[in-house]
Design a protein around this ligand. Sequence first.
Ligand code: FES
Length: 107
Amino acid sequence: MPQITYVQPDGERRSIAVDAGATVMLTAVANGVPGIVAECGGAAMCATCHVYLDEASQPFVPPVSEVENEMLESAAAGRRANSRLGCQIAVPAGVDEIVVHIPSHQV
Ligand code: FES
């Protein structure tokens, strides 16, 4: 079963088994992972689900869409090259693990 691994700013890691297609945001909220606020509920309109996608996971996730790209500009913790909206990235079929790093703050 694939999994999503969340790495907190202090380095604590938590892996959650998911089905293919599970999003980083919904999985975090459903499992009480700290640091994912998701104010807009997944509509790509708040940037409070901001994560840094681990380098090893980048080949498995589709590129940033235009809407996601615009919203990432307002990410509270500051945008990096690997910034993504957690509501817009999911575990693709055939991928064992997606790793994301939680920013220090979301608002
Ligand atoms: S939950 Fe609002 S942009 Fe992802």
